[in-house]
Write a protein that binds this ligand. Structure first.
Ligand code: GLP
Length: 267
């Protein structure tokens, strides 16, 4: 894996947006196939989405060749529910770019049959040619998408029960009312994320520092789903200084030597 440490949240967001834009623009010789992008919700990607919108408006970045798959969705919330991830994506990103509606893929929180829904999602990813770049954030306990600690590192898309900690952390999106936060969600698995050809996970702020330490310096363990990135040949963890604060100096030294600033996988 690669570790990229940027000064602060803004710097991290600009770096991520430049990287994603570069990957879309250089996706291969025309007429290239679609660029298949995995997407997260949460507060961490907001700065990235804002900068991608700016690049679209001011620098001609087009999402017409992009196909997206979002990571997860709350069970029981439909696309019109203002707290659903589908609604969040529409409001913060999709409404402002030229992504084709038919290229947006989402797990349905209202599906009648979770197992069928999750199996169909895996199949849609496969039919799209697999995910080229999976973007994500991490929970304070190291969860990826809604793969809570102790999720199988080879898990596939499925229904998961959310921990009390995750529900409490996400209550801020429900006016602080924990009783409104769904108890379950549909989520891609860790195995689904690891199948992507590249994975870029962002972590910002001191609250993520312990998860980052365990994910980078700890053993690969289901206790910290973020540590599964160690198994991926083209995975990068993008942190700001606060999120990297608990890493040992030798860890920071090693990764600063191997990662070129804008080309994490160039070596
Ligand atoms: C939720 C999402 C994750 C996200 C995490 C962290 O649990 N399911 O995909 O990474 O929150 O969110 P934030 O970026 O707001 O810290």
């Amino acid at each position: 894996m690669r570790l990229i440490v940027r000064r602060d949240y803004e710097d991290l967001s600009l770096w991520a947006a430049r990287y994603v834009a570069g990957r879309i623009r250089n996706r291969g010789p025309a007429p290239a196939g679609p660029f298949v992008l995995g997407l997260p919700t949460g507060s961490t990607p907001l700065g990235l989405y804002q900068e991608l919108i700016r690049l679209h408006r001011e620098e001609g970045l087009s999402f017409a060749p992009v196909v997206t798959f979002n990571m997860d969705e709350y069970r029981g919330l439909g696309p019109d529910h203002p707290r659903s991830f589908r609604y969040f994506m529409q409001k913060h990103f999709f409404d402002h770019i030229d992504l084709r509606p038919e290229n947006i893929h989402f797990l349905s929180g209202l599906c009648p049959d979770e197992e069928a829904e999750c199996a169909a999602y895996e199949e849609q990813i496969r039919l799209a040619g697999g995910i080229e770049l999976f973007l994500g954030g991490a929970g304070e306990d190291g969860h990826l998408a809604f793969n809570e600690p102790y999720s199988s590192l080879s898990s596939r898309t499925r229904l998961k029960t959310l921990t009390q900690g995750t529900r409490q952390a996400n209550a801020r999106f429900f006016e602080g009312d924990l009783s409104q936060v769904p108890r379950t969600a549909l989520t891609v698995g860790i195995g689904t994320i690891l199948d992507a050809r590249e994975v870029l996970i962002a972590a910002s702020g001191q609250a993520k520092a312990e998860a980052v330490r365990q994910g980078v310096e700890g053993p690969v363990s289901h206790r910290c789903p973020l540590s599964a990135l160690q198994l991926h040949p083209r995975a990068a963890l993008l942190c700001d200084r606060d999120a990297a604060a608990r890493l040992a100096p030798e860890t920071l030294d090693y990764f600063s030597q191997i990662s070129a600033p804008c080309q994490p996988f160039s070596i």
